[in-house]
Ligand binder design. Structure first.
Ligand code: NAD
Ligand code: DAU
Length: 340
């Protein structure tokens, strides 16, 4: 089996590559990534000498390059490559449309041309928009994205669906809740708060901090994708989540307790525009049809994650340089001067 994994130097993509080479050592993986600010070859150190893993630096919007790669007798495409941070999509929406919509379409065209066995689109629960106090997102919840990021992901999903309906391309779409774990770029809530806590810096909590996310340890997301690749019914969408809803304040306080730091570090700042209030996934279909079950509770997952960031300080301090610092001034400079 030959897989083309896109975005495999990012957070979830690199965890997935490591997971798959362990679970299926005989599989061949071509890992294509443009190495944007979020891509990091250090994540792949463990497999750099693995003959079944080939890394290629290329952009998924490059039609010629994608066609050449998929033309190498690829069986399955798993598309992780994306601009993934909501706050950045508010600052610069255009790159989100380019990568998440156009890039997906380029891959779909190449996949169609070479008659691949399956195209798996790694999407997100954010395409469903926001929930009130009750209810969960199911696979039939209407799409109602609220940020440029989620709108661009929904655009990608709709193209995947259309290539299935119009051209008969075999596809699955997965929609997972918030991931956390090793190799997550320290701009996202959990690694950001861990790194700031360790530096005794202010912890910027947006608005009242009562927005809810449904957290899943990244390895459990990878095991669900593995099942979708092998068992997913053609054309189907699968929601992935572990029923771990927490408010942002609960997350931040958990990190503070585990690191033995005071709650006085919490600083409420100006809210994110269009900030979705609550996400919650109903994973029944994935569990019953594919037999998927997460291995980690939130408590075991967060403990492992904090331990990983403590043990791998070099990994994240190396990232916190030039462009990263510029982004932080843009994103938080005014906010931290404009506390609520
Ligand atoms: P990430 O930002 O850590 O990684 C994205 C990777 O894609 C990076 O390695 C980057 O270099 C690469 N990339 C970006 N633009 C590219 C392009 N034009 N061509 C080739 N490579 C490109 O993101 P992540 O958190 O690992 O998310 C991976 C996927 O999973 C995304 O599609 C995201 O929408 C989805 N997802 C993420 C979460 C989450 O909580 N992080 C949850 C559900 C779904
Ligand atoms: O739900 C899946 C999605 O989860 C993925 O599709 C996205 O790629 C991923 O980035 C994530 O999106 P969120 O916006 O939910 O994640 P983020 O870590 O940016 O924020 C989580 C919550 O924490 C959200 O309510 C905003 C809040 N937050 C975030 C940051 C970065 C803060 O309060 N302060 C912060 O500094």
């Amino acid at each position: 089996m030959k897989l083309l994994v896109t975005g495999g130097a990012g957070f979830i993509g690199s965890n997935f590559v490591l997971y798959m080479l362990k679970q299926h050592p005989e599989y061949q993986i071509i890992n294509v990534d443009a190495l944007t600010y979020a891509g990091n070859l250090e994540n792949l150190k463990l497999v750099e000498n693995n003959k079944n893993h080939t890394f290629v630096k290329a952009d998924i919007t490059d039609a010629k390059a994608m066609e050449e790669l998929i033309g190498q007798e690829v069986d399955i495409v798993v598309n992780f490559a994306a601009e993934s941070h909501v706050d950045r999509s508010i600052l610069e929406p255009d790159i989100f449309v380019k990568t998440n919509v156009l890039g997906t379409q380029v891959l779909l065209d190449a996949a169609r041309k070479h008659n691949i066995k399956k195209f798996v689109q790694i999407s997100t629960d954010e395409v469903y928009g926001t929930l009130g106090e009750t209810g969960l997102f199911s696979e039939t919840t209407p799409l109602a994205p609220n940020s440029p990021y989620s709108a661009s992901k929904a655009g990608g999903d709709l193209l995947v669906r259309a290539y299935h309906e119009t051209f008969g391309l075999p596809i699955n779409i997965t929609r997972c809740s918030n991931n956390y774990g090793p190799f997550q770029f320290p701009e996202k809530l959990i690694p950001l708060m861990i790194s700031k806590t360790l530096a005794d810096e202010q912890l910027p909590v947006y608005g009242d901090g009562l927005n809810i996310r449904d957290w899943l340890y990244v390895e459990d997301h990878c095991s669900a994708i593995d099942l979708v690749i092998h068992e997913g019914r053609n054309g189907e969408v699968y929601n992935i989540g572990g029923n771990n809803e927490r408010t942002n304040l609960q997350i931040v306080k958990t990190i503070l307790v585990q690191l033995g730091k005071p709650e006085s570090l919490i600083t409420h700042v100006k809210d994110r525009p269009g900030h979705d209030r609550r996400y919650g996934i109903d994973p029944t279909k994935t569990m019953t049809e594919l037999g998927w079950k997460p291995k980690h509770s939130f408590e075991t997952g967060i403990e492992k994650t904090i331990r990983w960031y403590l043990d791998n300080k070099d990994w994240w301090t190396r990232i916190q340089t030039g462009a990263y610092l510029d982004y932080f001034v843009k994103q938080y400079g005014e906010r931290l001067g404009d506390q609520e």
